[in-house]
Design a protein. Structure first.
Length: 105
């Protein structure tokens, strides 16, 4: 079994109800985070093989907010994207799922 390393970690800001970021949709915030993660890892969007995004409260965000965020971030349409909806643990669960996917590649 090979070791898996996190080479970039980015998260959305934490805001308050009706606060400064309340006008941004979840997928808009997600695309900002994905762009920054790709930039920090010094990779190109076309080098990304899969996007797994943690998110809570997806109601009213349309189908697959992770997909919307990845495409808006410049990740090619050919790259699969999925979301994890788990209260408080969605981001951590997304990382665990990514590690499992890489190890089983």
């Amino acid at each position: 079994m090979e070791d898996v390393f996190v080479v970039s970690a980015v998260r959305t800001p934490v805001g308050s109800f009706n606060g400064a970021i309340s006008t941004l949709s979840a997928h808009d915030l997600g695309s900002i985070v994905i762009k920054e993660a790709v930039k920090r890892a010094n990779v190109k969007g076309e080098d990304v093989s899969e996007v797994i995004m943690g998110q809570v409260l997806t109601a009213g965000q349309g189908q697959n907010p992770a997909r919307q965020a990845s495409v808006n971030a410049g990740i090619p349409y050919t790259v699969p994207a999925s979301g994890v909806n788990m209260l408080c643990g969605s981001g951590l669960r997304a990382i665990v799922m990514a590690v499992q996917a890489i190890r089983n590649w």
